[in-house]
Write a protein that binds this ligand. Structure first.
Ligand code: GSH
Length: 195
């Protein structure tokens, strides 16, 4: 039986998992969920209640997106993504960047959040990536694990204010990095920019 993936279409963690699973050409049983109505079976597998959750045929459950990516690419890594895996950078984006991104994008959900301040914090982190992206991807001219892990968050950052991102932000390497990922074919195509 094929592995079972619980996913939420717009979740950046689920996106990175889906991209690695697609790159590895893993056949899946895909269950897209709604976060406010989580399937009991998903919660049985992983009571913490976050997506993605992958159940392997032997019953093993992976409920951290980077573990799902690593498992998928251990099965097949035709594009050599495992050659570049920067844990510290991924920690920074899963932590600080995501923290500020949520407060920039969903400001009204947070008391005292100030969108320009949180955008500036995200911008600072992207500014540090700009020189590293001169050849197209974080580790040179080929995409890697870290690119795939970070890009869904950068996609969301753009969606919060596409006009600002496209015309005022600057950072041309960051912009073309996201464009390459959105258009494929190096990275399996991210969903269209709709939220
Ligand atoms: N560290 C987890 C984070 C996953 C996560 O936080 N996913 C969000 C959706 S983007 C979630 O499921 N949140 C639960 C909820 O909103 O109820 C991972 O990397 O898989």
């Amino acid at each position: 039986m094929a592995p079972l993936l619980y996913s939420f279409r717009r979740c950046p963690y689920a996106m990175r998992a889906r991209m690695a699973l697609a790159a590895a050409e893993i056949e899946l049983r895909l269950r897209e969920i709604v976060l406010r109505d989580k399937p009991p079976h998903m919660l049985d597998l992983s009571p913490k209640g976050t997506v993605p959750v992958l159940q392997l045929p032997d019953g093993t459950v992976l409920d951290e997106s980077r573990d799902v990516m690593a498992w998928a690419l251990a099965q097949a890594d035709p594009q050599g993504w495992l050659a570049h895996k920067d844990e510290a950078l991924m920690d920074a984006f899963d932590g600080d960047f995501k923290h500020h991104l949520d407060r920039y994008k969903y400001t009204s959900r947070y008391e005292d959040a100030d969108a320009p301040t949180h955008r500036a914090m995200c911008f600072e982190m992207l500014q540090k990536l700009e020189p590293q992206l001169a050849e197209g991807w974080l580790a040179g001219d080929k995409a890697g694990f870290t690119d795939v892990a970070l890009l869904p968050f950068v996609r969301q950052f753009r969606i919060a204010d596409p006009a600002w991102f496209d015309t005022e932000m600057g950072l041309p390497h960051v912009q073309s990095w996201l464009k390459s990922a959105l258009s494929g074919p190096v990275v399996p195509v991210l969903p269209p920019p709709s939220g």
